[in-house]
Design a protein around this ligand. Structure first.
Ligand code: GLY
Length: 366
């Protein structure tokens, strides 16, 4: 079964989000494409192999992905591969992987010969609900995240639960944080509906190693499509919320900033973790960042007391981290370098309540 959402503005569909139960659904989306170049994360080479077996692909380039390799150097190596393969202005770059892969491949496509089209097959939960939707592409610079990049919409983002079957439990939790963030921003009912499944998600994540590996064609399979610890309807709802926000504010002039809930803190946490050699995923940092944003909301009188305690209890039930490992003073320097910091103040997305975000500029003293 396939379903579709669109990102649209100026009366035109700018990007399609297509959901299908199995990978075979991608063939129809790519029919008629003459020049497909796949850029894939080597961790999910099996997904790329399945696509290559279904549609004619000119070249497939595997990447070793990490935040440290999300750089202009990697983009330049992709540009050279496209050039060597003879890619023309009619090329379609198909990114297969998590957010690092879709950011790198989308950026490479967007500047190759002044821009060729790209499309995404996100293979992590985080990329399915956030990174691969909305057209943000780019790379890190000198340890600061996403300092260089462009916003260019993918032709389509293909959402398929089958590709999540090899996702490690910790990566699942990381994506869960972005999913929760999106529901928390815009849909109190869906946020509440996610919570009852928290216990089973927790159990599934906790017992992941014992799940039998029966998935078709997927080495090191962790989940079967029908036993994923997050229900497809929640993924689809988060994708829909993001698609609507991006349709109203594609270039982040206003409303889209709300999708950065928890991220001013999260980027600072990730920066500090890199300096110290600590191992914290983006989603873990976002989870802690949302709790800090809720605490700040209370301190500034934006939210009533009790919101952060409630979120802490909810997030803990979902197995998400809630305690910041670093003191506020340590995070401040990194926050000022964040893209979202204006000259004199730090910009935070705060919460008046669930589904009531508010963008606030906060001075250092505050
Ligand atoms: N990840 C936030 C956004 O795409 O705007």
């Amino acid at each position: 079964m396939t379903k579709e959402l669109n990102i649209s503005w100026d009366g035109k569909i700018q990007s399609r989000i297509v959901g299908a139960d199995t990978l075979s659904g991608i063939a129809g989306l790519l029919s008629g494409e003459q020049e497909i170049y796949v850029v894939f994360d080597k961790n999910v080479a099996w997904v790329s192999d399945q696509i290559v077996s279904r549609v004619p692909v000119r070249a497939a380039v595997g990447l070793e992905t990490s935040e440290a390799r999300k750089t202009m150097e990697t983009v330049l190596s992709l540009e050279r591969r496209l050039l060597e393969a003879g890619a023309s202005r009619g090329a379609l770059v198909l990114a297969v992987g998590g957010g690092i892969t879709t950011d790198l491949a989308g950026f490479a496509a967007s500047i190759y010969k002044r821009g060729v089209r790209y499309a995404n097959v996100p293979t992590t939960l985080l990329a399915q609900v956030d990174a691969a939707i909305g057209g943000k592409t780019g790379v890190n610079l000198d340890g600061y995240k996403n300092m260089l990049g462009v916003i260019v919409q993918p032709q389509f983002t293909f959402l398929c639960p089958e590709v999540l079957s090899t996702l490690p439990p910790r990566e699942f939790r990381s994506g869960l944080a972005e999913l929760v963030k999106t529901l928390l921003l815009a849909d109190a009912e869906s946020y509440a509906a996610l919570l009852p499944s928290a216990k089973s998600a927790q159990n599934a994540l906790g017992e992941a190693k014992t799940v039998p590996t029966k998935c078709k064609n997927a080495p090191k399979c962790t989940w079967e499509a029908e036993t994923l610890p997050v229900r497809a309807e929640h993924i689809w709802r988060a994708a829909g919320i993001k698609a609507d926000i991006v349709s109203r504010d594609p270039y982040e002039k206003g409303e889209r900033m709300k999708l950065n809930l928890g991220h001013t803190f999260a980027h600072a946490i990730e920066h500090e973790a890199r300096l110290r050699g600590d191992d914290i995923t983006h989603g873990e940092a976002v989870s802690i960042g949302i709790i800090l944003a809720a605490e700040l909301s209370e301190k500034l009188g934006v939210a009533q007391n009790g919101l952060s305690a409630r979120l802490k209890a909810d997030f803990s039930a979902l197995g998400l981290p809630v305690d910041c490992p670093y003191p506020a003073d340590v995070l401040r320097g990194a926050m000022h370098k964040d893209k979202k910091a204006t000259a004199r103040a730090l910009r935070f997305v705060l919460l008046e309540d669930i589904a009531r975000p508010r963008i606030v500029e906060v001075t250092d003293t505050e």
